[in-house]
Design a protein around this ligand. Structure first.
Ligand SMILES: NC(=O)c1ccc[n+]([C@@H]2O[C@H](COP(=O)([O-])OP(=O)(O)OC[C@H]3O[C@@H](n4cnc5c(N)ncnc54)[C@H](O)[C@@H]3O)[C@@H](O)[C@H]2O)c1
Length: 269
């Protein structure tokens, strides 16, 4: 018996990192998973991992900023696997850069991929979960809780995800729709987004509040280790375990909350 037997989950950004780990962990607990990503090759790896472990999975290439595609994703999920009752809005990007040099185009791209997508996904999910219920899990970040130099657009996008989540939870509750909505705030997790955000940032721009200027010369592993009192970055499966918990009935009274998984990075010095 799995925690999620009989449930159907949609996971975005499932072709890499946290999304792949979440899709695999949800499937391991018995959920049928509809995995989407803009990157079809990454999706194939995720699908074959799930299938090899005996799980049920369907995939679709999806750009989460494409409004019309969200209806298709939900319709196909329902047709192939059944009514979705779990949505993990995970797909995201991080565009780094100092504010004086940051372009409006990059700002809008950051908001579109990280914020518009969460609205579109949540809207599509609520339309299908009003009857029968569900759990929506939005992946924010510790960058949605506090600022970080060189990451103003990313921090803004993740802060928006945090508060949209709370508004959606309150709205669903007051409307009598049995849908919980929570946000997950990972610290530094060893995935491609973390490795890439290091290289994208400009020279001399620290990307963590507590790391001195010039630290970009350090590699991602060293920076990740410095940032957490536990002395190491987190693993995608450590975030996935929290996602499974929020998807399951074990968290039936946890709603509208921000759950941090950061190895004590934001707990103090
Ligand atoms: N890794 C970290 O340190 C960390 C920390 C906090 C929050 N997060 C958040 O976790 C989520 C997952 O990130 P990750 O660390 O696994 O990174 P990742 O780069 O490994 O995975 C992100 C996935 O999103 C997909 N994606 C990007 N743009 C897309 C689009 N427009 N449509 C559909 N898919 C798209 C990518 O193809 C990729 O597979 C993101 O929202 C990220 O902001 C990551």
């Amino acid at each position: 018996m799995g925690l999620l037997d009989g449930r159907v989950a949609v996971v975005t950004g499932a072709g890499s990192g946290i999304g792949r780990a979440a899709a695999e962990a949800l499937a391991k607990e018995g959920a049928a998973v509809f995995a989407t990503d803009i990157d079809p090759e990454g999706l194939e790896v995720t699908a074959s991992n799930i299938a090899a472990a005996g799980g049920k999975v369907e995939t679709k290439q999806q750009d989460v900023t494409d409004e019309a595609l969200w209806d298709t994703v939900m319709e196909e999920t329902e047709a192939k696997l059944g009514r979705p009752s779990i949505l993990v809005n995970n797909a995201g990007i991080a565009i780094g850069g100092a504010i004086p040099d940051f372009s409006l185009e990059d700002w809008k791209t950051q908001m579109s991929v990280n914020v518009d997508s969460v609205f579109l996904g949540t809207r599509a999910a609520i339309r299908r979960m009003q009857e029968g219920g569900g759990s929506i899990i939005n992946i924010s970040s510790v960058a949605g809780l506090r600022g970080a130099p060189g990451l103003s657009a990313y921090c803004t996008s993740k802060g928006a995800v945090r508060l949209f989540t709370k508004a959606a939870a309150v709205e669903c509750g007051r409307a009598g729709w049995p849908i919980r909505v929570n946000s997950v705030h990972p610290g530094i997790i060893d995935t491609p987004i973390w490795q890439k955000s290091i290289t994208r940032l400009g020279e001399g721009m620290p990307i963590l509040p507590d790391v001195p200027v010039g630290a970009n010369a350090l590699d991602a592993d060293t920076l990740g280790a410095q940032a957490s009192p536990m002395g190491r970055p987190g693993r995608p499966d450590e975030v996935a375990d929290l996602i499974v918990y929020l998807a399951s009935d074990k968290s039936s009274y946890i709603n509208g909350q921000e759950l941090v998984v950061d190895g004590a990075m934001t707990a103090g010095g």
